[in-house]
Design a protein around this ligand. Sequence first.
Ligand code: NAD
Ligand code: MG
Length: 404
Amino acid sequence: MTGRRSVSIMGSTGSIGCSALDVIRQANKDDDNGFDVVALTAGSSAEKLAAQALEFRPQVAVIADERQLPDLRARLEGSGIEAAGGPKAVVEAATRPAGRVLAAIVGAAGLESTLAAVQAGNDVAIANKESVVCGGRLILEEAKKAGVRVLPVDSEHSAIHQCLGDGRQLERLTITASGGPFRTATLEEMRRATPAEAAAHPNWSMGIKNSIDSATLMNKALEFIEAAYLFDVPASVIDVIIHKQSIIHGMAHFTDGSVIAQLGAPDMRTPIAYALGWPDRVPTLVERLDLVRLGQLDFEAIDVEKFPAIQLAREAIAGGPAATTVLNCANESAVSAFIAGHCGFLDISLVVKEVLSRFLSGNMSGMACNSLEEIGFLDRYARNAAEDVLKRVPGGGVEDRTLG
Ligand code: NAD
Ligand code: MG
């Protein structure tokens, strides 16, 4: 152990943010090796953020929804903790010097603060996969310029980071997928699925957006793209397989036939601790694996008819960084529409497919995607296109229909 460290958490009130604070709470039982919290930021829950701030004593607590700032201020009055509000204040918090900034905002909304953290010279522990899918190249180029590290938090990428060693003589990478709640469902059952059914993940407890993405396997598609960016490998060497127990998270295959896998209970506190502590290990209370009790580990191929997402990710990667941004933002739009009851479950992939294919056949697909402005433009393009496609979807999402 290397003594005390400092950390900021962007998106502290979410599923990853709360798990990270749990890791820190445990680590702080050892005064000499704990974490000082620099900044905590949240979207809109002043009550939850204030409670976290009073427990972890950051320099600053920031609420993105400025309307909640008076409430946050009142709750923190007399505590000596600075309160701030609005998206600019979130970005500013990410630039405060910290040993590590945990990027745990959901969606492309997290990109600006991730980039700001990197540009300010902070190492980033990145959970926010959408920001990598939209701005992976930009984040990594800026990280190189600033001489900082981008450490993966997603369990599959954490696994690969742990398996790679020096990365020489690497042949392939495998990431695993649980298969989500509809692994054994029929297409008809999936067509009728409600947001509550889609969000009921068998192994992982996550925020709503990530849970829906896990049910369409779009989560795995985003992770596939994330892996290509983070490990700088061609998509053709990345495999995705179904492993329903979620015990093996990722594997690296080497040219001599060796395969190194990382195993662990499906609990995000392990990869969060890894990214916050690297190169040291931070002790956690995560359940220890009992392989004899588990008995067996199963693997199967993805049913591409039920789950077209990985194929869409392959097409997007082949189309270049602008196309991965469009895929991500079309998906964010479609997931929001599904949660709001404006389309059916299977429509999510249909919308993404339609928006992506329109984009790839248009004249913008060569865009370099190397500035926040360009990514913002593509984000708006994809959301508008998704809304346009969604207009043709009758509400409720139970009818059989073909878009296009
Ligand atoms: P969540 O919805 O539970 O939490 C999101 C956090 O971001 C909350 O604190 C919320 O207040 C904040 N937020 C939302 N919109 C914001 C905005 N516009 N500006 C500022 N803050 C905003 O999500 P989560 O499940 O914790 O996931 C966070 C990220 O981590 C996602 O990108 C997800 O894909 C990734 N991830 C999650 C898991 C998991 O197990 N939950 C695993 C791997 C990766
Ligand atoms: Mg993951």
